[in-house]
Design a protein around this ligand. Structure first.
Ligand SMILES: Nc1ncnc2c1ncn2[C@@H]1O[C@H](COP(=O)(O)OP(=O)(O)OP(=O)(O)O)[C@@H](O)[C@H]1O
Ligand SMILES: [Mg+2]
Length: 508
């Protein structure tokens, strides 16, 4: 059978032209097919299997390594090796393959090319690896009805999708160099190409059909290119705290060995809390830009079950930030989500949390969320940051935000004098101004968010300059001070009555 595969791939003709061998190949194919019809294959397999294998090695001397699109039995996560081989072959493909598939690259004008089904390209060893030897890479999918066969890269599971694969053909005498030198280099170089071509993504959990290597298929996430311009250089906050956060992120990013050594999953939780407009979302964008990570923004209210939450997690890639904004408003066990399902009281598990036992049908529970953050599944893939934001730290369940889950708590607060001066430099380009002292003093008396300060510092017409913007800010601050004195100040946040202590109730 392997003789058939490789001859179909054009290998045998090119490299084994002896008439005798060709005759044997034809004879063998005919005999084998007839044996199948006669139901004698089993007999032969058992009794002359060894001889058959020798004969087939003579007819088809090529060995193969299959790099399948999906690891394991299901289509949970694209195999890294598959992506790496695809990236590695992109150059060769664009040079040699006749039919190509194109995807957008980081650079807006460029395309990343790959093979379509049935294409083949040749590759050679580098001079320092021995040079000269030709290998063949073929890209294909299993023949109909054989998707589950392990020979075709299938995992033997129940998934009926067509799993694509790359298959490398080589001679037995090159086995060592292929397995120990060539393939590791393919993966290494593939990873480097992936980094070069990577367009960062902002994904959200809207399930859609997307075009992948396997054609149109349903994906849990929908994404757009991530293009938020916020960086730590334009985020106003106390310089010492900013440095601490940047150092923390860098230590995490470079901490692969450390996490492996201490036996912890390579992930880190950040809890950003503070009033609206203090820069929590801006901080997430700055983190993603600093680390060069993708963002997965989960809208928890549209996740129907703990199982779906887990699936979402599995479909995230490493080097990503998983964000749940306004976590205090996202998980309402007493509101509409519960009413939507049934009136049965939620099950309570051993440590008193509801919903952990079996209720996976209808809603996300605190227990599901805790598992999402640090259960066994949370370790798959590695290099992920999980960020929760909230305006109401006090409403969150202590179990959710304890260290180990949310490792670093970052308070984002109202604008002080240093943050204001930073914003004035960023927005107006002024280092010094006579109104700085007035603004600084007013900011000590009234609470104004960086978002409001930034808005006041934004020129509204061509006539606006640094003077007029700063005067506008002083006026706004004086008005806020007056309102506060008259009892019309912001005693409560606009959304204070919404949301409710929803997560906390999960742990009664
Ligand atoms: N510390 C800051 N430095 C620079 N810009 C800021 C800062 N805080 C807020 N801003 C600006 O104010 C606007 C609103 O900020 P952002 O959306 O990050 O607030 P938030 O804390 O996420 O608010 P919410 O709780 O309502 O989601 C953004 O345009 C952001 O650039
Ligand atoms: Mg926000």
């Amino acid at each position: 059978m392997r003789a058939m595969e490789s001859s179909a791939g054009g290998l045998l003709g090119g490299l084994n032209s002896g008439v005798v061998l060709s005759l044997i190949a034809v004879l063998w194919t005919v005999v084998w097919q007839n044996l199948q019809h006669l139901q004698l294959q089993h007999f032969f397999k058992r009794h002359i299997g060894r001889h058959a294998r020798r004969l087939s090695a003579l007819v088809d001397p090529y060995l193969s390594v299959t790099v399948a699109e999906y690891d394991g039995g299901g289509r949970m996560r694209r195999a890294d090796a598959y992506e790496e081989v695809k990236a590695y072959l992109a150059d060769t493909t664009s040079r040699d393959a006749r039919h190509l598939r194109a995807e957008g690259a980081k650079d807006a004008d460029r395309l990343v090319l790959s093979m379509v089904d049935g294409e083949e390209v040749a590759d050679v060893l580098l001079p320092e690896e021995g040079g000269g030897t030709v290998f063949w890479w073929a890209y294909s999918k299993p023949p109909p009805g054989q998707q589950q066969d392990r020979r075709w890269g299938g995992g033997g599971g129940n998934d009926q999708e067509n799993h694509r694969f790359y298959r490398l053909f080589f001679l037995d005498r090159h086995r060592d160099v292929v397995l120990n030198t060539y393939l590791p280099r393919v993966r290494r170089e593939g990873r480097a190409v992936m980094v070069k071509n990577r367009r960062r993504k902002l994904s959200t959990n809207i399930s859609t059909h997307q075009f992948t290597d396997a054609g149109f298929m349903r994906t849990a996430w929908t994404h757009v290119p991530f293009e938020h311009p916020k960086t730590f250089a334009t985020l106003a906050m106390d310089p010492a705290r900013k440095k601490e956060i940047v150092d923390d992120l860098d230590t995490f990013k470079n901490g692969k060995d450390y996490y492996a050594r201490v036996g912890k999953a390579w992930k880190r939780g950040y809890l950003l809390h503070g009033p609206p407009g203090t820069g929590k979302s801006a901080m997430i964008a700055a983190m993603a830009n600093h680390l060069d990570y993708d963002i997965y923004d989960i809208e928890l209210t549209s996740v129907s079950s703990n199982t779906e939450l887990r699936r979402l997690f599995i479909e995230t890639t490493s080097k990503s930030i998983i964000v749940i904004e306004d976590i205090d408003c996202s998980l309402d066990l007493t509101g509409t989500r519960t009413k939507k399902t049934d009136d049965k009281p939620p099950k309570v598990d051993g440590d008193g949390r509801k919903g952990a036992a079996a209720d996976t049908s209808s809603k996300v529970t605190l227990s599901g969320l805790l598992n999402f953050i640090d259960g066994l599944w949370s370790a798959c893939g590695g290099e992920r940051i999980i960020v929760f934001t909230t305006n109401h730290l006090e409403k969150l369940d202590p179990a959710l935000i304890r260290r180990g889950r949310m490792d670093k708590h970052i308070e984002m607060s109202y604008c002080g004098a240093p943050a204001f001066e930073f914003l004035a430099r960023t927005y107006l380009g002024v280092e010094e101004h006579e109104l700085f002292a007035d603004v600084g003093a007013l900011l000590q008396e009234v609470d104004m968010t960086p978002a409001d300060v930034a808005e006041n510092l934004t020129p509204k017409s061509a006539d606006d300059d640094a003077d007029s913007c700063l005067q506008g800010l002083v006026a706004a601050l004086e008005k806020a001070k007056e309102d506060k004195a008259n009892g019309r100040g912001k005693d409560k946040q606009p959304d204070e009555d919404e949301g409710g202590v929803v997560i906390a109730q999960d742990q009664e």
